[in-house]
Structure formats: C-alpha cells, structure tokens
Design a binder for this molecule. Sequence first.
Ligand code: TXA
Ligand code: MG
Length: 331
Amino acid sequence: MAAAAIHGTDSRAVDAACELLRTGDLVAMPTETVYGLAADALNESAVRKIFAVKGRPLIDPLIIHVADRSMLESLALTHETADRLADAFWPGPLTLVLPKRPHVPDLVTAGRPTVAVRMPSHPLFREVLLRSGLALAAPSANPFGYVSPTRARHVRDSFGEKVPHILDGGPCAIGLESTIVDCSRPDAPPRILRTGPIDADALARILGHRPPVANTAASGEAGGLEAPGMLSRHYSPAVPLRLTAYGSQDLIPPAQGEAVVCFKKPTELVCRSENVFWLTESGDTNEAARNLFHLLRTLDTMAWKRVTVECAPEEGIGAALNDRLRRAAAK
Ligand code: TXA
Ligand code: MG
C-alpha cells in the first residue's frame, strides 16, 4: 500500500482531494482550529470510513462543514438567534447545533434530531468546499480520544497509510477545536456544549446575555444526552499529566525523569534545563493555545514518567485551553 502523501496547496492537490471526496474517500485537511478528516456528509459509506479510521464510537456525532449559508439551510432548520451567531462569527471557529433536515444521515448525527454545522475560515478548506460543492463531515483527524492534530505531520504520524491524502496548510492558526453552541431549541437560550476560541463574553455580546455552559462531563461517558463526544477524559497524550494552577510556584525543579510545562517561558537559567518546556514565549494565551497540542504530542515521543503542566490564565481562549488540559489529565 502507498505511504501517506502530504500534499501542498496547489491546484492539482486540491482537485485530487475533491475527486477523492466525490468518490466517497477521505481527505485530511486543515481548518483554522485543528486538522479535520473529511468525507462527503451525505454519503453514508464515506462517513462510515471516518468512524472506522478513527476508532470512533458510532454514538458520537460529527460536525458538518459548509461553504455558505444556503448549504446550512439545506441541512438544518435555522432561526433568528442562530442566524445572528452565524452572522457574527462565520466563517470561523463556531459550531451551531440545530434541528436537522430529514435527509441528513443518521450516521452523521448518531441518530439525533439535531445536526452540528460550522463554516470554517481556513482558505484551503474553503476552497475544497467550494470546488467540490459538497457538505463535508469532518471530525478532528486523530485516533478517538487522542490529542487533536494541528499540523499535517500529526495526521500522518497517527494514521500512516490509513489516510493517504493529506493537504498541508501549515500549522493551524488557532490550535483548539471550535466552540460548540446548542441552538437546537429556538424557544430556549443557547448553551455552550464545548468551550472554544469564541468565549462566553464574545457570545454574550451578540446574544445579550452570557450563555450557560452545559455540564456535559457530568455523565462522564459517551452516550450522555448532551454532547456525546464531551468525555471527561479526551485529548489525552500517553504520558500521565498533572496540572497546577496558573502562577503556582511548585513547578521547578522537576524530579528525575519528569518534565514541567510552564505557561510562559521562565527565566534564562531555568529554561535551559532539558526537562523544562513552555507554551508561550511572551505570555500570549493565543500563542499558548496554538502550541498546546504540538507540545503534548512532542512530549509523548520523549518517554517522560510524568509531566506537570501549569494552567493558563482563565480568560479569552485560556478557558478552552484549560478545559482541554483538564480532559487530557483526567484518569
Ligand atoms: O474545530 C472543530 O470543531 C474541528 C474541526 C475539524 O472543524 N472538529 C471537531 O470535530 O472538533 P470532533 O468530531 O472532533 O468534535 C465534534 C464534537 C463531538 O464532541 C460531538 O459529540 C459534538 O461535536 N457533536 C456533533 N454533533 C452534535 C450534536 N448533534 N449534538 C451535540 N453534540 C454534537
Ligand atoms: Mg475530536
């Protein structure tokens, strides 16, 4: 079997990707959040391949990516509040959960009456959406439960020849998965199902009130009614993680065989130690978010017995970063 090929962004690679998608195959490609593993959302046998390659349980529904609002309307029943959120944040890292139209396959929505839809802003993903004319189901392109990919190489490292066609759009600009907002009941206020790059304050500016965060980890297992993919343990590297609060002083020096990840690059002397890492050089939370998954994957190749990670300040994208860290560290 041919080894996975990482393609550039030239017209031929995009055409080849569109052809594969039209004929029911999978293509991995970047979004602004993380790399996705895409298939024609309305082709059940194509969608089935996503679940098989990822080892994803069939009860965990997929997000459908759309090129424009008419594609949204063809898949879901929208309403005024959802339209306002889409006006404000699309294209971008916001996923809306809405009542689905009947022809959306049950496989995509895991038998639910709702469908999750988002319009990504990454130019390469948008080009494939526009040129193929397809609505694309795409989960993060990682084995189920593992750390999401933010570079083309991450996809190849995880899947090898199981995902032969990967479009390389460089490192993802955001680095954490989209915010998911449940708008499935037009008569009830929207709720955040997954914290993400668009934080509660940004949503509140559009909605006029701060949306509550649904307690999706409460059941702690897949199949919970709210958001089946929101497991308390997820995004997890193989190496055990321990978290410490932002600004806590008990990070350094690490014990033998253990590493620490500081939020911000520490003083010159300390940062020269081989078991000290950091998420951001300047203290910028967006930079930290962009680096998180790559650093977790790198640490996994280094055989540490344990890694202690300092959380981010709980503001802006820091809340989502800390959510991913808590799930990555959960037993
Ligand atoms: O940024 C992102 O959203 C990335 C990129 C590739 O777009 N995609 C992504 O997909 O993170 P995935 O499959 O890794 O996570 C999607 C989450 C899952 O936790 C799933 O349970 C939830 O969305 N979801 C999908 N459809 C849903 C629905 N109808 N109701 C509630 N939750 C849903
Ligand atoms: Mg995922």
